[in-house]
Design a protein around this ligand. Structure first.
Ligand code: SAM
Ligand code: SF4
Length: 500
């Protein structure tokens, strides 16, 4: 049945989500809190999402209802294993003691997929892409990835134009060209490799020395030999002590590797092991880094709209996987499988076991007991689902109007009239037939613009938050690390577990 956006499908908002704030105040609060006002949504689960959390006994019913009329969707599979844990990483990655459990993990993933298939008849829907993200899925053996893909292909069919994308690291790619060839032979179309930065001293601080430049050329050679023609490299900026000159050297090195796409990630400090450094990184330091990257990439023949984070040198190719492009541009629902994964429908957002504690045991126990391994499930009002769709849209620098209307049954301009007038008057966005898009000036202040589309409870949180206290940058993470796995909505990943 096609999606029909009837207002009754969404939960009623609590009073905190029925308020209205002045766009100029919200914008200023977003800029003040630029380290948290970004594409990760929501901010502060406890204060914003908590009223919409459903109990475990309601999970199956809410999941069934949320997926009832969804015909088109994507799939995400999370693989939490890594050689070492980088100190900047915000993703759900397991500790050293769990690295030997890859086979048990693949078993559990497949059981989870079966549980969803039994409840939702997955084969009756249309699929537009599959991302295998992490962590580092390249850490799995080719046989393990083959098992995952075989189980998925046995139940669902992908639409023409869909692709399968996977992530790896330089050291893994350089060490095992045969594995990459096997991935490609399995029908994986796109591969993404994190370089981040190239300076040995910075890599050391980031606990990533094992992925230095000595691996890069061999890794790229292996990727190309395997037959990958859609190859992305991730770079990061916004680290404390990262100079403009060193960032330029990283950019030039990445361009020389000749990838098809380069994705720029501005460091998000929240809940990471280097969150204490955030205060040392100002917008005045970040803006020249972002400008430098854009100019350098354009000169080298890579293109992207203002505000878009993935640059492509292939004409007509946006550079991201079809999973991400669909998710970001059209707000398509997706089912996330695996530790800490996020699942997104038109009316709900769920986080799997492990999103907080980052341990395998609770996830294994849930699937073994035959229940969906959901840690937190939120049945949400339309304003939060709109806020989520809008926040993620900024990966592409624009909010598409037709998908918004199709998803919510109401035009973007009708919901966000004062906010849109504000950004148009300031010259930070333009309203085209297809999209509300950032201008080059708006790119410099996107941290103020994104919260304009957030639900009021999130806006209030930002209005009241003291960026210099910023207890939420570390507290929840420390709590999670101290107390282990099951901490209901103590933390929630932003977009992360699903973006890569
Ligand atoms: C799932 S991760 C990693 C892929 C692979 N494991 C690697 O490290 O090369 C995808 C990308 O997210 C980015 N990333 C990780 N932590 C981040 C953070 N705290 N803020 C912004 N980007 C981050 C990195 O650029 C990374 O390559
Ligand atoms: S950045 Fe990649 S390799 Fe490093 S911890 Fe995160 S997922 Fe693992």
């Amino acid at each position: 049945m096609p999606w029909n956006p009837n207002p009754k499908l969404w939960r009623d908002p609590v009073p905190a989500d029925a308020a209205r704030y002045d766009p100029a105040d919200v914008f200023a609060a977003g800029l003040r809190n630029h380290h948290v006002a970004n594409t990760a949504y929501p901010i502060a689960h406890q204060q914003t999402f908590k009223p919409y959390r459903v109990t475990r006994s309601e999970h199956a019913e809410v999941v069934a209802r949320s997926f009832a009329d969804i015909g088109d969707m994507c799939l995400y599979v999370h693989v939490p294993f890594c050689e070492t844990r980088c100190s900047f990483c915000e993703y759900t990655v397991v500790g050293k003691s769990e690295l030997d459990q890859t086979e048990a993990y693949v078993d559990a993933l497949l059981r989870e997929f079966e549980l969803y298939d039994r409840q939702l008849a997955l084969g009756s829907r249309r699929y537009f892409g599959l991302d295998i993200g992490g962590g580092t899925p390249g850490y799995l053996s080719a046989a393990q990835v083959e098992r995952i893909l075989a189980a998925i292909h046995a139940r669902v069919t992908f639409e023409p134009g869909s692709d399968i994308s996977i992530e790896t690291t330089p050291s893994l790619a350089a060490a095992d060209p045969a594995k990459l060839a096997a991935f490609r032979a399995l029908g994986i179309d796109r591969i993404s490799m994190g370089i981040q930065v190239i300076q040995p001293d910075l890599l050391r601080v980031l606990n990533r020395s094992g992925n230095g430049v000595e691996h890069h050329h061999r890794a790229v050679e292996a990727i190309r030999r395997a037959g990958f023609q859609r190859f992305n490299v991730d770079l990061m900026y916004g680290f404390a002590g990262q100079s403009l000159a060193s960032w330029q050297a990283t950019l030039d090195h990445a361009i020389a590797l000749n990838p098809d796409y380069i994705t720029l990630y501005r460091m998000r400090y929240k809940l990471t092991r280097i969150s204490h450094q955030a205060d040392a990184v100002t917008l005045d330091a970040i803006r020249p880094m972002s400008d430098l990257a854009k100019n350098r990439l354009r000169e080298a023949g890579f293109h992207a709209n203002p505000g878009k984070t993935t640059f492509s040198r292939i004409p007509g190719d946006v550079g991201t996987s079809s999973y991400l492009a669909k998710r970001v541009q059209t707000g398509i629902p997706y089912l996330g499988l695996g530790l800490g994964s996020q699942t997104f429908t038109h009316t709900s957002i769920a986080y799997n076991d492990g999103a907080a504690g980052k341990q395998l045991r609770p996830y294994f126990e849930s699937v073994a007991a035959g229940r969906l391994p959901i840690q937190d499930l939120y049945d949400l009002p339309a304003r939060h689902m709109m806020g989520k769709m809008a926040a993620v849209s900024f990966y592409f620098g624009e909010i598409q109007r037709a998908p918004f209307l199709a998803k919510f049954g109401v035009p973007l301009e009708e919901v966000f009239g004062p906010e849109i007038r504000f950004v148009l008057d300031q010259g930070w966005m333009t309203l085209r037939d297809d999209a509300l898009a950032l201008t080059p000036e708006g790119v410099h202040c996107y941290n103020g613009i994104i919260p304009l589309f957030a639900a009021p409870s999130i806006q209030r949180y930002l209005l009241e938050r003291d960026p210099h206290q910023a207890a939420d940058m570390v507290r929840n993470r420390d709590l999670a690390l101290r107390t282990g796995a099951r901490i209901s909505h103590a933390v929630g990943p932003g977009d992360e577990a699903a973006l890569g």
